[in-house]
Ligand binder design. Structure first.
Ligand code: S3P
Length: 165
């Protein structure tokens, strides 16, 4: 089974993916990290070189062509479910979990903005407004996930339990 974690930047996808994979004793895949490995560019460098649309093409290719082990947990980039048919593809090929979080909680967790090109120049107040707008646009995609969970203070045992329910 492939378990895809989706949600906005800062909701804890990478950390929770590691914890969940540890708990399930399976591999963890971070698609942003795979993009960096394969392209040899940081996410910021990738955006600078090819723009957002180049990035969206590349991450969608990566999602669909990755050689996934039989059981694994996958941390996806925050925008990935919202482009092309990526969210439907994940639903067809695995379990999908939306790690939902309030905009203000996301702001408080997004300290290191430099490596995230879409928000690198925003202060807290601008970021809050930006996230509110983005979530309106992205929630219809995120909410197609089979499981939706409030990710603030989320316990990994609870997360694992949802998969067995
Ligand atoms: C993005 C989220 C980032 C990364 C890129 C774009 C987005 O991933 O893919 O900077 O559009 O929300 P994380 O959610 O892992 O930070």
């Amino acid at each position: 089974m492939i378990i895809f974690l989706v949600g906005y930047m800062g909701c804890g996808k990478s950390t929770k993916a590691k914890q969940l994979a540890n708990k399930l004793d399976c591999s963890v895949i971070d698609l942003d990290a795979e993009i960096v490995n394969k392209s040899g560019k940081s996410i910021s460098e990738f955006f600078e070189a090819y723009g957002e649309s180049g990035f969206r093409d590349y991450e969608s290719e990566m999602l669909k062509n990755y050689n996934y082990p039989e059981t694994c947990v996958v941390a996806t980039g925050g925008g990935l479910p919202c482009f092309f048919d990526n969210m439907d593809w994940m639903n067809e090929n695995g379990e999908t979990i939306y790690l939902q979080m309030e905009p203000a909680q996301l702001v408080s967790r997004l300290h290191n903005r430099q490596k995230r090109p879409l928000i690198k120049d925003l202060n807290d107040e601008q970021l809050l407004q930006f996230i509110k707008l983005k979530l309106e646009e992205r929630n219809p995609f995120y909410k197609k996930a089979k499981i939706i969970i409030n990710a603030f203070d989320l316990d990994v045992d609870k997360l694992a339990g949802l998969l067995n329910a």
